[in-house]
Design a binder for this molecule. Structure first.
Ligand SMILES: [Zn+2]
Length: 295
């Protein structure tokens, strides 16, 4: 879904606050009020160019177009920002004590943090997960996942002006080794723990920038086999997002063999499948169903 062509977004303010989170800065509202890009409340519809998420606003919740036009200012998609320096600080702050705590909060082994360039943000008590690409700048965004559960506020936060990117393992891929593409960092870490070469998508779907990054990352692999793994959720958003991601991967990497994996019914995601279900790498790969290419 591409909103950019159809909607002009204006920055919210005190007179026209965000209809989703009710804050008076940072979020955006479309010219006629029918869509918002909220930068605090996630939806299944990411708006990486605006570092937020699209929301549809029901007619009764919309401010009047005249009011929007009178008091708000138009905004365009942001340019890609380089978060390399901040990310390096996050990496330096992640000591073994925090690694042990963070791994326990996910039900995983602390060695998973040796596999990925994930850092720690002390002020937020959160894991700092980079959005990566292969070309420069390498770190184009940062997401935070809170470790402790005592404090209020949301579990997920995002560095303003982040662009969506992939979570790539520290080690390069090798030809002949299956590649797994997962929804979000905790599933990716769980897959890494059972020995899979796992890459994290920014959300349930995939955008063309991430597909391009994957293509660059796998440039030296001859005919890679890529398993696209989705979450199981009530509205099948995870499943549909993973189907769309698999489609995009088949188009972006013509030489790849692409398979789809869903965890067994009743299991929410790959992390639960590994942590509670004891899934092995073979269990995951055996569940793959090949995606047929359109001609
Ligand atoms: Zn908002």
């Amino acid at each position: 879904m591409n909103c950019r062509s159809k909607y002009q977004f204006n920055r919210v303010n005190h007179d026209v606050p965000c209809p989703v989170c009710l804050h008076d800065h940072w979020c955006m509202i479309s010219q006629y009020g029918e869509r918002a890009v909220c930068c605090r409340v996630e939806s299944d519809w990411p708006a990486p160019a605006f570092s937020g998420w699209y929301h549809q606003i029901p007619p009764r919740g919309r401010p009047s177009p005249a009011r929007i036009a009178a008091v708000t200012k138009p905004v365009g998609p942001h340019q890609v920002r380089d978060f390399g320096d901040l990310h390096q600080q996050h990496l330096d702050w992640f000591d073994s004590e925090q690694k042990t705590r963070a791994a326990a909060s996910l039900g995983l082994d602390p060695c998973v943090f040796d596999l990925y360039p994930i850092g720690y943000a002390p002020t937020l008590d959160s894991l700092a997960i980079p959005a990566m690409q292969v070309t420069s700048p390498k770190i184009v965004g940062i997401r935070y996942r809170r470790i402790g559960t005592s404090a209020g506020g949301s579990k997920w936060m995002c560095q303003p002006e982040s662009t969506a990117g992939l979570l790539l393992p520290t080690s390069p891929p090798t030809s002949g080794h299956a590649i797994c593409l997962l929804e979000g960092p905790s599933d990716t870490l769980a897959a890494g723990q059972i020995g899979l070469h796992a890459i994290g998508r920014w959300s349930c779907g995939l955008d063309s920038r991430q597909a391009e990054t994957l293509k660059h990352y796998l440039a030296d692999c001859e005919q890679p086999t890529i398993f696209v793994i989705g979450d199981n959720d009530a509205l099948h958003t995870g499943e549909k997002g993973a189907d769309a991601a698999a489609e995009l991967v088949t188009r972006a990497i013509p030489g790849a063999v692409v398979l789809r994996v869903q965890p067994p019914m009743g299991i929410k995601d790959l992390r639960e499948w590994v942590v509670d279900g004891g899934a092995s790498a073979a269990d995951v790969l055996d569940a793959g169903k090949e995606v047929r290419r359109g001609s």
